[in-house]
Design a protein around this ligand. Structure first.
Ligand code: HSE
Length: 310
């Protein structure tokens, strides 16, 4: 019987200006899965730990099993697989929780098949899981969780995913206030069209962020971490958003915004010490809005999901 255990990291999608096209991975937290080959065909979710009983065990509804099913059908395999999922990422947090489960499962199943597919080739299967989770097959969480580092989705039709060679040494602070926000709901409030002036501002910032990341120009990164498309309509879901963001910048962050679809807020900083101070400042500010929060400080994860010892 073949068994494998895999880990996939949390991710920050959008990174302010890159709505649906940009994301990066952190070292921790992340989800883990154990996959075991079984004798009968079919993919089964045997148990889920850490979700408070809220995630579906049905193989067609769970992001880990949907990703494995998609992989197996692509390689024409009817092998049976049992999945145990260990959720360390909170649901509805904006930290790429559904993506991490799918990516860990995919890296595990691919390993069992002798790494038949490349990490890039796994992305569409992970996107199928995102479609199940929130109705939209975006790649800005699954891309960085699979590849590590900062990842740009240059195009969806056809899919063109690019890992960005980053020169800047950055640290991420994630502050997760104790509220839950479904990606589906946070997508519903988005306006269907974008004003030309906003498209220009957003493109300028996205391009500026790319140049800043690649050249290590932290001042340019800082000037570019702005979002005029999603943040104005989504920040209303996060009590104290503007005040928390302003405290992050006062504490030395290069920039701060909504992680994915929220409610977690992220900040990027130039050192571990600053990233810790930023986390404390943001947490303190959330408390003024009667919100407790969890803080995670991490380097940027450069390698993405990995196989771990059982
Ligand atoms: N880009 C997606 C969104 C990420 O903002 O809706 C979801 O985590």
């Amino acid at each position: 019987m073949k068994t494998v255990k895999a880990f996939a990291p949390a991710t920050v999608a959008n990174v302010c200006c890159g709505f649906d096209i940009l994301g990066f991975a952190v070292d921790s937290p992340g989800d883990e899965v154990i996959l075991t080959q079984k004798n009968e065909p079919g993919v089964v979710v045997k148990k889920i730990v850490g979700d408070g009983g809220r995630l579906p065990l049905e193989a067609n509804l769970n992001t880990a099993s949907v990703a494995v099913q998609s992989f197996l059908s692509a390689i024409d395999s009817t092998v049976g697989i049992e999945i145990e999922l260990f959720k360390n990422l909170p649901l509805g947090s904006g930290m790429g929780s559904s993506a991490a489960s799918a990516v860990a499962a995919l890296v595990g199943i691919n390993y069992l098949f002798g790494n038949k597919l490349t990490r890039e080739e796994l992305i569409p299967h992970a996107m199928e899981a995102e479609r199940i989770a929130c109705g939209s097959a975006h790649a800005d969480n699954v891309g960085p969780s699979l590849l590590g580092g900062f990842v740009l989705v240059r195009d969806y039709h056809p899919l063109d995913v690019v890992k960005i060679p980053v020169a800047a040494n950055l640290y991420c602070t994630l502050v997760h206030p104790q509220i839950e926000l479904k990606t589906e709901d946070a997508r519903r409030v988005l306006r269907p069209s974008v004003a030309l002036k906003d498209a220009i501002t957003q493109s300028g910032n996205t391009a500026g962020l790319m140049v800043g990341l690649m050249s290590g120009d932290t001042n340019l990164i800082s000037r570019s971490l702005k979002d005029v498309i999603a943040e104005p309509v989504r920040s209303v879901f996060i009590p104290g958003f503007e005040a928390v963001k302003s405290e992050a910048v006062k504490a030395g962050a290069l920039g701060c915004g909504i992680s994915g679809s929220g409610p977690t807020m992220f900040a990027l900083s130039g050192s571990h010490e600053i990233a810790l101070a930023v986390g404390e400042a943001m947490q303190r500010q959330f408390l003024k809005y009667n919100l407790k929060s969890e803080v995670h400080v991490s380097r940027i994860n450069l390698d993405g999901a990995k196989i771990i010892d059982l």
